[in-house]
Design a binder for this molecule. Structure first.
Ligand code: NAD
Ligand code: TYD
Length: 350
């Protein structure tokens, strides 16, 4: 039976993947390996933390010795790698943090996996979770396909592109079995409120300005996070070895249009007069190197694996808003920083 390390399992997307695998595959052992940076929050996994097929290892992927020990301890069969520094704005301020975790951390993990599995490479999979941002910016037309040349523009996307290249190189050079998926922007429950949608939900609740970068006409392709998790499940189990899959919902929105929809849904939710939240929109200085448009062609994953999103954008956004209203403790703990004490209170005796 599989014993899978999911790195970054305490983060936004990772927590959904961990939950899905723990609940759907009771015979697998799921090892959540996470350093618990500011983005890691074990409260995201409260509902499954006592499941018999789940365990948590607080490890930094930069620590090769700790990685080796955990492979031995659990006799790991597969890796699904999500741990990363993930916020573009932070990458502009501190690019080296992204090189360390996203590039060197990934290579560390590749080295340990290849060494540990060297006698049975064909029985193991290293699944690398990546982003559509590696392809760079699109003009008004066209979509990113799996063969679009890489053209990263931010330190974040450059570090993810580099990690993708290392994964491919390890498949070619060392015959490690790998698969890569490149997904568009996610949104949904447990989204850290530094990214557009959760930040704006929190600001609307608190009547704070909604900082729209530049002219607001930047376009992103949005996918509900649970649909990304089901895509990862399919790629992990049915994807072609050493192949790559784009994941997205054919769901492009200009930032300003998205923000306006969010404002109207929030007005209804908060019982505020129509148009109230829109007044909080404030155009601010643009992000340097801001990619104009991302859009994913998800034909391949649909045709080959039969995956498609389960919700429309309006449904996903409503589910997200409802979740944030039903989980105000989570939001308050994150915005106050209290979530960082959760590990100590939960795991101090273990
Ligand atoms: P996140 O920032 O919410 O979570 C990252 C997790 O990785 C956190 O739990 C953090 O503690 C952990 N981590 C960071 N550095 C670590 C290290 N050195 N060692 C061990 N753990 C470490 O990120 P996310 O939004 O959930 O993204 C997960 C993955 O999916 C990333 O690889 C990201 O590039 C990719 N991705 C994200 C999106 C998106 O819209 N958020 C879209 C496509 C792909
Ligand atoms: P973000 O959620 O940071 O994701 P990414 O940069 O990885 O696409 O941003 C989504 C879009 O929203 C992007 O075009 C930048 C823009 N944005 C704002 O206009 N204001 C904000 O405060 C944030 C965080 C993002």
């Amino acid at each position: 039976m599989k014993k899978i390390i999911i790195t970054g399992g305490a983060g936004f997307i990772g927590s959904h993947v961990v939950r899905l695998f723990v609940n759907k595959y009771p015979d697998y052992t799921i090892i959540n390996l996470d350093a618990l940076t500011y983005a890691g929050n074990l409260e995201n996994l409260k509902d499954i933390e006592t499941s018999p097929n789940y365990c948590f290892e607080k490890i930094n992927i930069l620590d090769a010795e700790a990685l080796k020990a955990v492979f031995v301890k659990h006799n790991v069969t597969d890796v699904i790698h999500l741990a990363a520094e993930s916020h573009v704005d932070r990458s502009i301020i501190a690019p080296l943090d992204f090189v360390y975790t996203n590039v060197i951390g990934t290579v560390n993990l590749l080295n340990v996996a290849k060494e540990f599995w060297k006698k049975s490479l064909d029985q193991h999979l290293f699944y690398h979770v990546s982003t559509d941002e590696v392809y760079g910016a699109l003009g008004a037309d066209g979509l990113f396909t799996e063969t679009t040349p890489y053209h990263p523009n931010s330190p974040y996307s450059a570090s993810k592109a580099s990690s993708d290249h290392f994964v491919r190189a390890y498949a070619e050079t060392y015959h490690l079995q790998t698969v890569i998926s490149n997904c568009s922007n996610n949104y949904g429950p447990f989204h850290f409120p530094e990214k557009l949608i959760p930040l704006f939900i929190n600001n609307i609740i608190n009547n704070k300005p909604l900082p729209v970068y530049g002219d607001g006409l930047y376009t992103r392709d949005w996918l509900f996070v649970k649909d990304h998790a089901t895509a990862i499940d399919m790629v992990f189990h049915k994807g072609k070895i050493n192949d790559t899959y784009n994941i997205g919902g054919f769901n492009e929105w200009k930032n300003i249009d998205l923000v306006k929809i969010l404002c109207s849904q929030m007005d209804v939710k908060l019982g505020r007069e129509k148009g109230t939240s829109k007044k909080l929109i404030t155009y601010i200085k643009d992000r340097p190197g801001h990619d104009r448009r991302y859009a994913i062609d998800a034909t391949k994953i649909n045709a080959e694996l039969g995956w498609k999103p389960s919700v429309t954008f309006e449904e996903g956004l409503q589910l997200t808003i409802d979740w944030f209203f039903d989980n105000t403790d989570w939001l308050n703990n994150v915005t106050s920083g209290n979530y960082q004490h959760y590990y100590d209170s939960m795991y101090s005796n273990k």
